[in-house]
Design a protein around this ligand. Structure first.
Ligand code: PHE
Length: 469
């Protein structure tokens, strides 16, 4: 396999633009790496366990898995396909394909909605990733050694109540992200995904073993996989579907942007399956590592919320041999996983400003990163001074999270399914997926046209209605 002779998109330095003669990744593996780097992040390790916990486990997990299979994977294939056909930043890709299909310009909105959602997600993503950064030092300094569940909870609460510290770490993380996007994504990303992700996975497995030996593993399995459907509400179903989009990085252009550099004859279907599989396994293992500890410590509730990871795992690390080292390493890796996702949250917008508005890579990053940072301050404050300021039952962080994952991503995903399934000419779609067998193509096309849009539509309407009624 020729190693990457051509530069990848984001690597295109200074100008960053990829006009007409778009570069192409040397193999589909580079796409798998980049897309996995984007997909595997805080969503898997931090968010999935706590939202599963808040929604009562079992039935929520089942809905989530169904959404990955029936909505996420088909939409991901569509996004990669659209990206490869358009070969530009998501906004311009959608422009080009809209014209090609002879449609109204309203369809450009797909690109715009995605780019805006990406920046909104980045705003709070940097805050949470900042917690992980902060925890590297806490772990390494032995703050959790031998600590009881209550002591760990107090250390975490102290961090949340200190806006200055949160802003400091949010800023550090944002700078790290911008540095990579300014410098070129692929190198750093390649290393992160190829070497660090497997290490992260091994560490999760070590925690899993710890959980099996010292935690209440049976109850954790029971909680995550028994179909306890009374605990599930329409609001929870909406959250599960939104999370399927979030965790696969769908509905905001990241995957479309990466798809723009797929080689012409790479098979999109199996590539996407590989990414979806890896992402799901990481989330499930994270859940199975966290919940045994939760159930072994009555002072932490499964529905503890965003702090679940930051309380449950330090208890484990603080009470196992090698915990100091493994714990520090674990939060280094969580930070890196967040980093490789954060890059893809800002890259589509950066690419657009460079392509169409004559920005340099640096100014585009400073502007967009600056906006996301300022908006992120709202999330910082929602964990302390603004904790009581709520709109419709959401504080600022929860509102941003809800608006992006439960509204914007599914909506954009729905439009993508409709666009690729119903509006593009079938011959065009088939020609982009020419390497798939007839049967695989037909099944995908059918699911994308009928199942995904109807599922998203029903869940979206019912979920919103029940959330606000
Ligand atoms: N998929 C990432 C995660 O699970 C988050 C993300 C969402 C990244 C959307 C890019 C686009 O953490």
């Amino acid at each position: 396999m020729a190693e990457q002779q051509q530069q990848s998109p984001a690597e295109v330095d200074g100008s960053g633009s990829v006009p007409g003669g778009h570069p192409v990744w040397s193999s589909r593996w580079t796409f798998v790496l980049a897309a996995t780097g984007s997909a595997v992040g805080l969503g898997n390790i931090w968010k999935f366990p706590y939202i599963a916990g808040e929604n009562g486990g079992g039935a929520f997990v089942l809905v989530y898995l169904l959404c990955i299979l029936l909505v996420g994977i088909p939409v991901m294939v569509a996004e990669v396909m659209l990206g490869r056909r358009g070969r530009q930043s998501p906004i311009n890709t959608m422009r080009r394909l809209t014209t090609e299909a002879g449609l109204e310009r309203h369809w450009h909105a797909i690109g715009w909605l995605g780019v805006i959602a990406g920046l909104m997600i980045l705003s709070y993503y940097a805050v949470i990733a900042g917690w992980a950064l902060n925890y590297i030092g806490k772990m390494a300094s032995g703050a959790f050694q031998g600590a009881s569940a209550d002591q760990v909870a107090i250390i975490f609460a102290d961090l949340l109540s200190d806006p200055k510290a949160l802003i400091l770490w949010q800023t550090v993380f944002m700078i790290l992200t911008l540095l990579v996007v300014i410098g070129g994504v692929t190198r750093g990303l390649g290393v992160a995904v190829r070497i660090l992700m497997p290490v992260l996975f091994v560490l999760l497995l070590i925690l899993l073993v710890f959980g099996i030996q010292r935690g209440d593993f049976a109850q954790a399995v029971n909680f995550l996989f028994s179909f306890n459907y009374e605990a599930l509400t329409w609001a929870g179903v909406l959250e599960a579907m939104g999370h399927a989009f979030f965790t696969l990085s769908l509905g905001m252009g990241a995957i479309m942007a990466y798809g723009a550099y797929m080689p012409e004859h790479a098979r999109i279907g199996r590539t996407v399956l590989a990414v979806g599989f890896l992402d799901t396994v990481v989330a499930l293992v994270a859940g199975l590592a966290i919940f045994p500890i939760v159930f072994a410590n009555p002072s932490i509730a499964p529905g503890a919320g965003p702090g679940l990871l930051f309380v449950s795992l330090p208890i484990a690390f603080g009470n196992m041999t090698g915990g100091l080292l493994f714990g520090s390493l674990f939060f280094v890796l969580v930070t890196l996983a967040a980093w490789s996702s954060a890059i893809s949250l800002i890259e589509p917008a950066v690419a657009y400003l460079i392509e169409s508005k004559k920005f340099t890579r640096i100014t585009a990053n400073l502007l967009l990163g600056g906006i996301a940072w300022i908006v992120g301050l709202g999330s910082v404050l929602s964990f302390n001074i603004w904790a009581e300021k709520q709109v419709a039952g959401f504080n600022f962080f929860e509102f941003m999270d809800f608006l992006t994952s439960s509204v914007m991503l599914p909506l954009t995903g729905l439009f993508i399914a409709l666009f690729a399934g119903w509006l593009m000419r079938p011959e065009t779609v088939r020609s982009e997926l020419a390497d798939e067998s007839g049967r695989v193509f037909a099944s995908w096309y059918w699911i994308l046209r009928y199942v995904s849009p109807i599922a998203v539509g029903i869940i979206f309407v019912m979920g919103l209605y029940k959330t606000f009624s």
